[in-house]
Design a protein around this ligand. Sequence first.
Ligand code: FE2
Length: 287
Amino acid sequence: MKIQKNKLHKKFGVKITGFDMKTNTKPEDILMLKTLLDDHAVCAVPHKKPLSDSAHIAFSGLLGPVARRSTPKISGTGLRLPYNEIVDQSNLDAQGNIYPNRDKRLAYKRANRQWHTDMSYRTNRATWSLLSAHVVPPKGGQTEVADMRAVYDDLPDKMKLLLEDLTAEHCYWHSRVLGGGPEPTPEERITRPPARHPLVHVHPTSGRRVLYVASHIRSISGMPKNEAIDLLNELKQIAIKPEYVLSYNWTVGDVLIWDNLATMHRGTNFDDQRYIRDMRRVTCREN
Ligand SMILES: [Fe+2]
């Protein structure tokens, strides 16, 4: 089947139809997709039916090493999906029921409605995330993605100079609490230690400079806390301008692939007490 490409936003993002992640698995298919991702940072790949979890994992492994669950789960979390490579981004518990409104696990999932990059709190950061839509709500629940290469390019020289040698500490628990979740227990906290990364990095394959910020950032090297908060807010307000952001409306069967080393993203609100949103992610990581 012939592959067709349509832009998702004037600066970045492309939808490719006619590409099937179950069968387009040859080296030339993967090279084409990686080239598109280097250019566009985001690729939407529609399928008639949702990929099986095993096909989702298998395809992701062709792009790069896949992150596996390596830490004990958050207390009380049962596994709905029996794969260590699948991050369950649904609002469903292990039995397939919608989490009650005050459930801690739901609160942590809602924290993903803040702007972030996946796994920036790990030493080996996420490269590509592949999010697959199994059930989508009738209203809300879009994924918004910001092109952090274009954001960096357009920053004033003075700001670029300020950011040049700064590093930030990224902490998973910081963003969970910031997003309205409860403080983790000491046992939970220890399962996900923080990691440090430069605020600006050179993208490993496209060579473009990228502003690497996320709600996971807890502190910036050598900067008083209030100054760091102000700087991060200022950068976020620039990055989420419509000229840098695409909003993706999901259809069941879609897989959205984004490059975490080139973008920042968030899920938008939806009525998570009324509607099911069953999204499953496989994440590739740095070596
Ligand atoms: Fe995410």
